[in-house]
Design a protein. Structure first.
Length: 164
């Protein structure tokens, strides 16, 4: 994993890319916002530290890497996702070309940077971030929490009477 920089995932239907969800990596937001601003010809693309587990980004986040989900405006996808009507004839060529271009530009920008965009986080840091974002509850319920007791302290409020 040390050789990986990030996973860039486009997996939310076929709507236009409207966001780059950085998989909890708030440290990457400033650089990614500059990049998103540089490709405004493709529309406004927001950048946030959202964590998305309904796509292939989740396993990378669990491994400490930025699992970057390319958020899309695809409201109809909830009805067609992995169903019998999710067929090739529904593809909108103009959106496919646009999103493929945005994805290629993003991947090229990450690969061609003079400095590395990101390195994997240690398990402690990933567990803390996921706990603070309350992703630990459903991951534990599904048996997908790989961190044992890590992150437990992140859920405790700090300060106040009796605080160290």
């Amino acid at each position: 994993m040390q050789n990986h920089v990030a996973a860039l995932i486009l997996d939310n239907g076929q709507g236009p890319v409207t966001a780059l969800n950085m998989g909890g990596r708030d440290d990457l937001i400033p650089a990614m916002k500059k990049f998103a601003d540089s490709i405004k010809a493709f529309g406004d693309i927001g950048v946030d530290d959202g964590v998305v587990f309904g796509t292939d980004a989740g396993p990378f986040v669990l491994a400490g890497l930025p699992g970057i989900n390319m958020g899309q405006d695809s409201p109809e996808y909830k009805y067609t996702h992995h169903s019998a009507v999710d067929t090739f004839d529904k593809v909108k060529p103009d959106l496919l070309i646009r999103d493929a271009t945005v994805m290629a530009l993003t991947a090229f920008w990450m690969a061609d940077r003079p400095e590395r965009l990101a390195s994997p986080w240690p398990a402690e840091k990933s567990a803390k971030m996921l706990t603070e974002k309350h992703n630990d509850v459903f991951l534990k319920a599904l048996g997908l929490w790989p961190f044992g007791d890590l992150g437990k302290d992140a859920a405790k409020p700090s300060g106040g009477p009796g605080a160290n």
